[in-house]
Design a binder for this molecule. Structure first.
Ligand SMILES: [Zn+2]
Length: 135
């Protein structure tokens, strides 16, 4: 990862420029974590929710094929889920999990997250990929 990309990701946890998906107005404000999605701030111009509107796109991230341990893969999952929530309007996160222990651990976590309302739904696309609806 380049230094510039890393700086963008680090900075994104605190505040960011975010355009309203509905009217395009730029906002500079704190980005709520996905676990706080119920407190989605509204656009000051058109009152649309700033984070929960989906543009229908899918972000794909591999968390299982760089020699990750289960613990490391779960950390990557948590981080990725939050970043996609904060930095995009993607409707879906496709997680490449492989067919082993990482997949089982992420599925268990997803059952929990869905019961809490943190993710809206999820499905097993195939043996190695999970599709998570976040918006
Ligand atoms: Zn707006």
């Amino acid at each position: 990862m380049s230094e510039r990309k890393r700086a963008q990701l680090v900075g994104a946890g605190k505040s960011l420029e975010r355009a309203c998906l509905s009217c395009g107005m730029q906002h500079h404000q704190a980005a709520p974590d996905i676990t706080d999605r119920a407190q989605d701030p509204a656009c000051i111009k058109c009152d649309s929710p700033m984070f929960s509107l989906s543009d229908g796109s899918t972000v794909t991230v591999d968390i299982a094929h760089h020699h990750e341990t289960v613990v490391k893969a779960l950390e990557k999952f948590e981080y990725t889920l939050n970043q996609v929530w904060k930095q995009s309007h993607a409707g879906y996160l496709r997680l490449i999990v492989g067919g082993g222990l990482i997949r089982d651990a992420v599925l268990a976590e997803l059952f929990f997250k869905k019961s809490r309302g943190t993710v809206l739904d999820f499905s097993e696309e195939n043996r190695g990929a999970l599709l998570i609806r976040i918006r």
